[in-house]
Design a protein around this ligand. Structure first.
Ligand code: HEC
Length: 178
């Protein structure tokens, strides 16, 4: 049931798109090379919607995905509950963390998008670092290797911290006390 709305939306969207393409096909001579538009940065259509601000991006997209990985790695030792392993124990749980590791890979790409990337230098290195840590976590989850999964989570954390230190040092202290 809860897929019906997005599906319908998607259908009407693809309907509208094919209507547009049809119109474009009618008004343009078939020999006109459309590809030139993509190389002309002044007139190129907006390719990505990067209007989501960085704060929302972090809080709504990246942080929840990373939390799934961190909540599934290592252990807690508390006076109330004693020693408790956090690692997944079933195939379903490993699949769940593997899906979120895949998300981290793609979130790295989202941060690297033109219009969102703050520069073409260190920012991209950190964005790629997220994807690399996500890939390690994904591999470890696929073979259910706890130690490698933990290492991937640690690597992920160090990428977060390094980028915050470079681009928004106040976050580092805020983040550490969470
Ligand atoms: C490529 C750089 C970069 C990486 C990598 C990065 N962040 Fe951020 N993060 C930022 C920037 C920039 C801000 C400040 C956003 C603002 O307030 O404008 C921020 C802010 C935040 C905030 C605070 C948002 C708020 O409400 O003020 C959280 C939480 C956060 N990041 C979580 C994470 C986590 C978790 C990771 C790693 C899994 C991560 N970030 C990786 C750049 C990055």
């Amino acid at each position: 049931m809860h897929f019906s709305l997005p599906l319908q939306f998607f259908r009407s969207l693809t309907g509208a798109l094919s209507a547009l393409l049809f119109l474009a096909g009618c008004s343009e001579p078939a020999t006109e090379p459309n590809a030139t538009a993509a190389t002309d940065s002044d007139t190129a259509p907006v390719a990505f919607d990067t209007s989501l601000n960085m704060r929302d991006f972090m809080n709504l997209i990246l942080d929840p995905a990373a939390d799934v990985l961190w909540d599934s790695a290592g252990w807690v030792d508390s006076r109330e509950t004693g020693y408790e392993e956090l690692y997944p124990t079933t195939d379903e749980q490993w699949d769940y963390v593997r899906r979120h590791a895949a998300l981290i890979i793609e979130i790295g790409n989202m941060l690297a998008l033109p219009g969102r990337a703050v520069d073409n230098d260190a920012w991209l290195t950190y964005a790629n670092g997220l994807s690399q840590a996500g890939a390690l976590a994904m591999e470890a989850a696929a073979v259910q290797n706890e130690e490698d999964f933990f290492q991937a989570g640690a690597q992920l954390y160090s990428v977060c911290t390094a980028c915050h230190q470079s681009y928004n040092p106040e976050i580092t202290s805020k983040f550490a006390t969470n």
